[in-house]
Design a protein around this ligand. Structure first.
Ligand SMILES: CCCCCCCCCCCCC[C@@H](O)CC(=O)SCCNC(=O)CCNC(=O)[C@H](O)C(C)(C)COP(=O)(O)OP(=O)(O)OC[C@H]1O[C@@H](n2cnc3c(N)ncnc32)[C@H](O)[C@@H]1OP(=O)(O)O
Length: 321
């Protein structure tokens, strides 16, 4: 004749724990049918070695997932419950920390993108307005009127290399490094160090092409920080580089070529050689090498941007299907 064992009940959130007081329990059968739990086992209970069973009807339906463990002593089961609770609490604390980090990162990225957006918008609008007001004349005065803000934005853009390197954003370090180093070389070495370049119209084209993409790229990132997307903006961010990038590299190459005779004449940045060999290595040789690097940079980054474009529009298509 089956007997009823002593059963202890505990409930934590959505989990129910039952402790059945049987020692040396064998042939244990526990399962749930609809909202009834059925237990049957042989073991040593309150009435000695016997077959024990019970059924427990729940008020509401329960998931039919039953896990059981035969333990040595009563305290083992209690420790198990406590350990589970501690694990859950630890998990909660980790999740809390992660959420805090994510919101800090998002806030930082949003602010960074906002500052860059404002800077490049100022450059783009200012140049457009000046072009309308002063016409061709404005092409010769771009450096003096715009360079301060461009210096600020491009120095700040170096942060993007760190963002990529430390995994703050999911992007490759190499394309970002090529982009930032490439632009800063033109801005600081070619334009910044040669006064003769300040009044060249090429400055206008370089600055206009650079800001032409950034007024779309940074607001696209800002929306991304808010988990939002505007289809037209996404399309512009991943499409407008197709004409702008080669044109940008072309304008930069023109600037480098224009600067070569100036460097040759001024001997600026020329590398002195030991007296035995005589003379010095002119900086123009570095610029010839740089022109080759530019072609490589154009290839690497166009391929990268093409991949990013394909990835973006492929995932979008899949999402809409
Ligand atoms: C190693 C030594 C170097 C030596 C140099 C030698 C020569 C170099 C020659 C270089 C020639 C440069 C020419 C250039 O100056 C000409 C021009 O720029 S012309 C104007 C047109 N230019 C462009 O279109 C390029 C604009 N720039 C870029 O697109 C980026 O800088 C680039 C690194 C090229 C690509 O960007 P990225 O890899 O980041 O791609 P995604 O935008 O798709 O972003 C990937 C994911 O990361 C998230 N992300 C990225 N940045 C941010 C951010 N600031 N805030 C928030 N989120 C960000 C983005 O949302 C993507 O995430 P998800 O995929 O989840 O959406």
């Amino acid at each position: 004749m089956p007997l009823t064992p002593l059963v202890n009940w505990a409930q934590r959130h959505e989990d129910i724990y039952l402790r059945v007081e049987l020692t040396d329990a064998q042939i244990i059968d526990v399962h749930v049918q609809e909202n009834v739990l059925l237990f049957r086992a042989q073991g040593n209970g309150a009435k000695g070695q016997n077959e024990y069973e019970f059924s427990l009807e729940f008020l509401s339906p329960v998931k039919p997932e039953v896990k059981y463990k035969s333990t040595q002593r009563q305290s083992d089961a209690e420790m198990e419950i406590r350990e589970k609770e501690e694990k859950k609490n630890k998990l909660k604390a980790v999740r809390h920390k992660e959420e805090g980090f994510v919101s800090l990162k998002t806030g930082y990225l949003f602010l960074y993108n906002l500052v860059q957006f404002l800077g490049f918008s100022w450059i783009f609008v200012n140049m457009t307005v000046r072009l309308f007001i002063f016409g061709e004349e404005s092409l010769y005065d771009t450096f003096n009127s715009i360079s301060d803000v461009m210096f600020f934005c491009q120095i700040l853009a170096s942060v993007e290399v760190l963002n990529a390197a430390f995994g703050v954003v999911k992007t490759g370090v190499v394309p970002t490094l090529i982009q930032v180093v490439g632009r800063n070389f033109i801005l600081f070495i070619i334009f910044g160090s040669l006064e003769e370049m300040h009044h060249q119209p090429v400055v206008f084209f370089v600055f206009y092409l650079w800001s032409g993409i950034e007024i779309f790229r940074y607001p696209f990132y800002m929306l991304g920080c808010c988990n939002t997307e505007w289809e037209n903006l996404t399309w512009l961010r991943y499409t407008i580089w197709i004409p702008l990038y080669p044109l940008g590299v072309l304008a930069e190459a023109v600037a480098v070529i224009q600067s070569i005779p100036i460097f040759n004449e001024s001997k600026l940045f020329s590398i002195p050689l030991p007296k035995a060999i005589g003379t010095s290595i002119n900086f123009s040789y570095v610029l010839y090498v740089y022109l080759v690097l530019m072609a490589m940079g154009l290839f690497i980054n166009s391929r990268h941007l093409y991949k990013q474009r394909k990835k973006r529009f492929r995932t979008k298509k899949r999402k809409s299907n």
